[in-house]
Every structure is written in structure tokens, then in C-alpha cells.
Design a binder for this molecule. Structure first.
Ligand code: GLN
Length: 198
């Protein structure tokens, strides 16, 4: 398999843990702090953190249009937790949305106070055994368009999904020793390279 480079948007949030997980799979990683760096990566992770803060920093450092362009080239993007809020087309009971890259409506901090953070064993599409998912003030998907593939649910709420080259999860895959979820993204990146070069 060709070695790929996955970037993690390094403006705020859980960046380092993603970097470690990418490297544990034998791929190259990059912390993305300047828009020009997007030209040198094959896939981009938008990490968890605080979506309102990350959005402000995206604007301040001139990332908005470059990320939109990256996506328009069909290069894969993975939004985890706050990253999922950032890529959604719609936010629940809010007029705001950010990058508008996937046909989902997302509710922020959706599991309520009594469930600020928790771990759940989930059945994920394509995985033979249950996957340990860590949720921290997590959002969930309230609506998904017809072209969105639902990968898993928790208590009847959609918590991971995929549409073409955009992947999202409510949970933090970088915080478990189980790298199968990141592998879903790696497969998308590898596939995008074969379709782009052929
Ligand atoms: N609740 C946060 C937000 O909406 C996301 C939390 C997280 O990324 N762990 O930005």
C-alpha cells in the first residue's frame, strides 16, 4: 500500500492524539497550521475541541476557502466531534452552519449533562466485533440525507456516518487504542488516490 500523509487541523483541540494514531498505522502525519500545508496532504482530520473556537480560528488564519477547495477536489475529510459540527450542512435549532460538506443536521452537546463523557461499545458497519467509542460533550446527528451512509448508532441516535469523501463521528477515535475507525478513513484516502491518479 502506498504511504499516505494525513493532516490534522492544528488550531485547537485533540490534535496530538490523532497524530499518534496515524503514525501507529504506519502513515505520515502533519499538524496543519497554515493553509498552504493542505497542498501536501492526502486527507484532513478536523479534531474534537470547541467548534465555535475552531471556527473563529479557521476564519482568522484564512482556512475557510482552502478547506472548501480541498473538499471540492474530493480529498477526504474526517470530522470528529467538534469537527463533525464544523462539516455539517445544518445545526439543530440554530441558523449557523460552517463548512457545509455533508448532508446531515447535527445537535451540539446532545447527550446532556448527566452524560458529559462516557464510553460505549458500538456495532459499527464493517467491523466484526464491537468498537469502544469515547464520547465527550458529544454531538449527534438528528437527520441524514438519502446519500449519507449511517455507520453506527447509540441509543437510536446516529453517531457516525459517511457521504462520499466525508466521514464523521460523534466520538473520539483517537482516544482509544483501537485504530479500526481511523482505518475506515485511511481506506477512503487510499481509494481517493487511486481514483485521482487514474
Ligand atoms: N461540544 C463541542 C462542540 O460543539 C464538541 C466537544 C468535543 O469535540 N469533544 O464544539
Amino acid at each position: 500500500m502506498r504511504r499516505i500523509t494525513i493532516g490534522v487541523l492544528g488550531l485547537q483541540g485533540a490534535v496530538q492524539e490523532h497524530i499518534k494514531q496515524i503514525e501507529s498505522l504506519g502513515h505520515d502525519s502533519a499538524i496543519i497550521k497554515h493553509p498552504e500545508q493542505l497542498d501536501h496532504i492526502d486527507g484532513l482530520i478536523l479534531p474534537g475541541g470547541e467548534s465555535t473556537v475552531i471556527r473563529k480560528l479557521i476564519d482568522r488564519y484564512g482556512f475557510y476557502e482552502p478547506i472548501k477547495q480541498f473538499a471540492s477536489k474530493k480529498k477526504p475529510i474526517f470530522g470528529t466531534c467538534a469537527g463533525m459540527v464544523l462539516v455539517a450542512n445544518m445545526l439543530h435549532e440554530s441558523p449557523d452552519s460552517h463548512l457545509n460538506l455533508i448532508d446531515i443536521c447535527v445537535k451540539r452537546n446532545a447527550f446532556g449533562r448527566q452524560k458529559e463523557s462516557f464510553e460505549a461499545m458500538l456495532d459499527v458497519k464493517g467491523m466484526k466485533t464491537k468498537y469502544p467509542a469515547i464520547f465527550i460533550r458529544a454531538p449527534y446527528i438528528t437527520k441524514a440525507g438519502a446519500n449519507v451512509e449511517i455507520l453506527t448508532t447509540y441509543e437510536n441516535h446516529i453517531v457516525a456516518a459517511k457521504q462520499e469523501h466525508i466521514l464523521v463521528s460523534s466520538f473520539h477515535p483517537e482516544l482509544t487504542g483501537d485504530n479500526r475507525f481511523l482505518n475506515i478513513f485511511v481506506d477512503m484516502v487510499v481509494k481517493s488516490l487511486t481514483t485521482i491518479t487514474n
